[in-house]
Design a protein around this ligand. Structure first.
Ligand code: MIC
Ligand code: SF4
Length: 649
């Protein structure tokens, strides 16, 4: 039987286990990327591993999240990252060079390679035929130190694309359709592999929009074949030599096959507060819009911005709309400037922001109270924009452009009636390229002093698992709790390198009293316990959603189900992820209940059923621990760093 693309690439990289969907495997990582908000912690952890130089083929440290620099913290972190990069052989991408995923795709993405990134949208690289996976910073640090990356060998879902998108319908609508079909939960352990005739109608950045937002479905990654279109993109980037063809064998079997006819798709939108809430733009038409944001790692490519520039050429922004653009990279900005698009956008009244995450993570351009904000980004979780009462809708660039003109949610196909022709923007045959914002590390660095400003603290350590977990339910949350609910980004993100300070904002959006309650419980010598519903830990890869709870004394999270990256992060920091054997037992617990998990240490070591005793109401129920032997050892040791230390002594 033939092999699919995922199997072909993974098999070349497997270092432990073998191709068997559902089983744990370990793979070699060729490339890593970090961004500044997760990177400082990742490099602090890397430093603790005492390795003289990164062992990957290529590692890049991007600065794109915390670029607002109010106060000294961001700049301190940037300087720390720059000095670490120089010392350990990492390419440093300076603030202003662009969003990690967009820049990586342009300058470093290579078909057939594995990429591990400390950001959940690392699968953007799948648009260029690579296996690109998001992970917590500690896993990326381990990969830089030549350790393997462990994952569940995925089930592969083939997505057959047929036909061609109609004018005014975008690649974004393809992935929004996927979100409608697959939702944001229940896809852990799967990969979307795209194929079919429709693939060749999509440029690499369009494919990257689709693989980028596969993250919202919770899949391990998404991937496109590497074909002539990939070759043309790499050639336009001056990197034709990086191209190899990668396609699935014709007689390959998949775990599931889905067919999508591109010609039947219409403009779609995610409505508040989940990317999985999908409606047609037509259904939402007429709603007043206060803000339009164009950019983020999902939709900030040359083609996205030029399409909007051409639609808006010679027209003005509606007076009720604040129109913000964050170009994906310096390369995009420079190319649209040289090709005239930037002047058209400025003339329209666009507010040109830095080439960075900016509005997407809510650390700038927060909309007004109760605003309707149309965004081309990938997440519209409650409060993520920085304004809790705002309603964020996720749309494609064409729909965004239509609202800039009309001040209302407008199906972009209606623009034809306003005399606007669909601009069929072609990809450049050759991009203008200038790599001067990368700082390459010296071959033999001598006496590099690591810069540590007052914002840089040591990563806290956790304790080995105790015989029994005995604690209090500090918080009980519902289904679909994202890492943005657990620990907010935005203006609080500048404390990423200062865990005690950042921990003050745990669950701020759900229950601001969490921190003080947790502190009291911790200081009384008891464990903190979190109870959750389905798909706990959706969204970002931020390990602070595990690290800060660990610091506050959380020792277990009991949920109906977990998302992949967050599970790995919990284990990395010695927090036991437990799953209700019967979902209805969730109802048997209230916030404030005293719980005991007797002999948990021995049970995890030796096997057996794990029973939770609710001391407050006398109920007992069983929970499951789906841990591999390796994960059990990590949990027993109290986290990955402790486990690694035990191994080396
Ligand atoms: C996000 O989009 O939520 C982020 C901010 O990029 C995160 C990373 C982080 O929290 O630093 C992600 O996607 O992993
Ligand atoms: Fe940055 Fe937003 Fe992309 Fe996260 S989703 S990497 S914050 S642009």
């Amino acid at each position: 039987m033939g092999k699919n693309i995922v199997q072909k690439i993974l098999e070349k990289h497997i270092v432990e286990g073998k191709w068997a969907p559902g089983k744990e495997i370990a793979i070699k990582i060729d490339q890593t990327l970090t961004q500044d908000a997760t990177g400082t912690m990742a490099y602090l952890q890397f430093e603790a591993m005492d390795v003289p130089r990164v062992k990957t083929e290529l590692s890049v440290s991007y600065v794109d999240h915390n670029t607002v620099q109010i106060g000294f913290e961001n700049a301190d972190d940037h300087k720390y990252l720059q000095s670490v990069a120089k010392k350990y052989g990492i390419i440093y991408s300076r603030a202003g060079n662009g969003i990690c995923h967009q820049v990586h795709l342009e300058r470093f993405g290579r078909p057939g390679k594995t990429l591990l990134g400390s950001d959940s949208h690392t699968p953007t690289g799948g648009g260029a035929g690579m296996i690109a996976i998001g992970a917590g910073g500690l896993d990326v640090a381990v990969a830089m130190a030549d350790g393997p990356f462990y994952l569940t060998c995925p089930k592969v879902i083939k997505v057959n694309l047929h036909g061609k998108l109609k004018p005014w319908v975008a690649a974004k609508d393809i992935v929004l359709k996927m979100l409608e079909l697959f939702t944001t939960k229940g896809n852990v352990g799967c990969v979307f592999e795209y194929g079919g005739e429709g693939v060749k109608t999509l440029s690499v950045p369009e494919r990257a929009t689709i693989t980028n937002m596969g993250a919202e479905c919770g899949v391990t990654t998404s991937i496109f074949p590497s074909d002539e279109i990939t070759k043309a993109f790499l050639k336009a980037q001056g990197r034709e030599k990086d191209w190899v063809e990668i396609k699935a064998d014709p007689d390959t079997e998949y775990d599931k096959i889905v067919d999508l006819d591109l010609s039947e798709l219409v403009p779609l939108a995610s409505y508040p507060h989940s990317p999985g809430n999908i409606k047609t733009v037509k259904e939402l038409e007429g709603m007043d819009v206060d803000q339009v944001c164009l950019g983020s790692c999902t939709n900030s490519s040359y083609k996205d911005l030029m399409t909007v520039a051409k639609i808006l050429k010679g027209k003005k922004t509606h007076p009720n709309v604040s129109f913000v653009i964050a170009p994906g990279s310096k390369q995009v900005l420079e190319n649209i400037a040289r090709d005239g698009g930037l002047a058209d956008l400025i003339s329209t009244g666009a507010r040109i922001a830095e080439s960075a995450c900016g509005f997407c993570i809510g650390n700038s351009q927060s909309p007004k109270t109760d605003a309707v904000s149309l965004r081309t980004s990938n997440r519209n979780f409650l409060g993520r924009s920085g304004t809790k009462s705002a309603q964020a809708y996720l749309v494609g660039p064409e729909t965004a452009a239509a609202a800039v003109l009309t001040g209302k949610i407008t199906d972009p196909r209606n623009l034809e009636k306003m005399g606007i022709k669909y601009p069929d923007v072609k990809m450049p045959e050759k991009f203008y390229i200038d790599d001067s914002m990368f700082i390459y590390p010296p071959e033999h660095p001598k006496d590099v002093e690591i810069y540590r400003g007052p914002n840089i603290g040591d990563p806290p350590q956790s304790d080995p698992l105790s015989e029994t977990i005995h604690g209090e339910v500090t918080i009980k949350v519902e289904d679909l709790i994202t890492t943005d609910h657990i620990i907010p980004a935005g203006s609080k993100m500048k404390y990423r390198s200062n865990v005690p300070k950042y921990s003050e904002f745990l669950f701020e959006i759900v229950d601001p009293a969490f921190h003080d309650r947790a502190e009291k419980i911790r200081d009384s010598g008891k464990h903190n316990i979190i109870i959750a519903g389905l798909s706990y830990g959706q969204g970002s890869s931020r390990e602070h959603a595990a690290l800060c709870p660990m610091y506050m004394g959380v020792k277990t999270v009991i949920a109906k189900s977990f998302e992949r990256i967050h599970t790995a992060n919990l284990i990395n920091f010695g927090i036991v992820p437990l799953i209700f054997k019967n979902e209805s037992d969730y109802e048997k617990i209230s916030q404030g209940d005293e719980l005991e998990l007797p002999d948990i240490k021995d049970i995890i070591k030796q096997g057996g059923s794990l029973i939770v005793e609710n001391k407050t109401n006398g109920e007992k129920f069983e929970v499951e621990y789906n841990l591999s032997d390796r994960q059990k050892k990590i949990i027993l040791a109290g986290g990955t760093l402790a486990y690694m230390k035990n191994q080396s002594t």
